[in-house]
Design a protein around this ligand. Structure first.
Ligand code: SF4
Length: 90
């Protein structure tokens, strides 16, 4: 297993905000955090890190806990789905 790279963390837009802004208690707070994440240059590695580490709390990569659970569920389902047979072209 490859080590997880964390160099992206130092470039996150959230470094300019209090950490509490990314652990909101309501939908308004989630939206505010999402807006910051939307412009973040490391949004993708941040989200993948949170998914890989199964981080349950906070907004990471612009996604709330609920959104990350949905992404993981979709990925599990698509990984478990049988491969579709391809019909050779004639
Ligand atoms: S995507 Fe959001 S939580 Fe992740 S590093 Fe960027 S600003 Fe921070």
């Amino acid at each position: 297993m490859e080590p997880i790279q964390l160099t992206w963390m130092s470039r996150g837009s959230c470094r300019n905000y209090p950490a509490a802004a990314f652990f909101p208690s309501d939908g308004v707070g989630i939206d505010a955090a999402r807006k910051i994440c939307a412009e973040c240059p490391v949004k993708t590695p941040c989200l993948e890190y949170a998914l890989a580490e199964r981080i349950e709390h906070g907004v990471w990569g612009g996604c709330s806990e609920r959104e990350r659970r949905r992404i993981l569920k979709r990925r599990r389902e698509s990984a478990a789905a049988p491969e579709r047979e391809t019909v050779p072209a004639r």
